[in-house]
Design a protein around this ligand. Sequence first.
Ligand code: LCS
Length: 394
Amino acid sequence: MTDTKNLGFNSKLIHGGGHHDEYGAATVPIYQTSTFRFDSAEDGAACFAGEKDGYVYTRIGNPTVSALERQVAELEHGYGAVAFASGMGAVSTVYMAYLNAGDHMISSDAVYGASRTMMEGHMSRFGVQSTYVKTEKLENIKAAIRPNTKMLYIETPANPTMGITDIEACAKIAKEHNLLLVVDNTFCSPYLQNPLDLGADVVLHSVTKFINGHADIVGGIVITKTQELYKQLHVMMLNLGGNMDPHQAYMVIRGLKTLGIRIDRAQESAMKVAEFLESHPQVASVAYPGLKSHPQYELAKKQMRGPGTMISFELKGGLEAGRKLMNNVKMCILAVSLGGVETLIQHPASMTHSKVSATAKAAAGITDGLVRFSVGIENVEDIIADLKQALDKI
Ligand code: LCS
């Protein structure tokens, strides 16, 4: 087996994870089993007592799922990873694993809608408090810190505003105040950003998006910097029961192999699409980290290896114009989700962030006129032509 430590990113996507199969299979087999035979009663007891390594039950661990976890932990430069049935399984298990009743969390105000409703609407019932601020401005974070603050949770770039938060500066604040820094890295994937290298403690992904990349499964993964954080998370995962299933893990391993080439291609197109949108008379503003007009353009260049494939924009005609645009695209798909091979368009205020209160949306800059666009790997001329014909109908 190759030692993958010193290989380049794209080689790690193909050969990482270090799975060893007795038949020499070139891909990771699907271990479609719920349970594993013990060699003896003593062997089973030793596995349960943690005295012996070995698989016992798929909710606790499965070789196909472990192969994905090892591979993503390596790509994010972490100690270990735990895979989940969905991105929200990852987010909610992170909250449950690292926060107690009476604790307080500070979060970016623009985060995926359900990450916020889970905390505000449900964790609050267990006595966890939360404050939402524009984490793009560090003074907002400092001002929100309370004696019981335990976690700083950021999403960068933020869904759906594309705001960028300085991970390294957040890590400094977190260290000074003994906070756990959690970064939702879904919009970048490990190809474009490695938050653990910038001082974060925990990184999470909706693997539904770039990591899988083919809009055919949902999944989540969390990568921890230390063994202790890994253990806390793993025990919470197996008790809550949100484990990833082996067939799902196989699909993700398959999709992950092309992460680099998918993003290279879509990112090249995203720059052209963003420039096209910025020059279109119906468009009021475009938020794309690759454009000089993005308020955190320099920061994006510093902490990301590329501006990514996600674009948000406002139309001069507001919501009505946005509706017309979305109803008139032909090739691009009007659908939520993002980060796949297909170009998707959606309306955050009425779709992905519809459960966030109107006041919270307004404060976070999620306006009624905001449209979110996830650039796929189709021919860029076709993407732009489709957008143009739909914009011309407004
Ligand atoms: N984190 C981010 C940044 C997300 O965008 C999402 C889903 C999640 C976590 C949750 O992951 P899931 O459970 O869906 O795998 N974002 C979606 C979106 O923007 N459209 O549809 C889902």
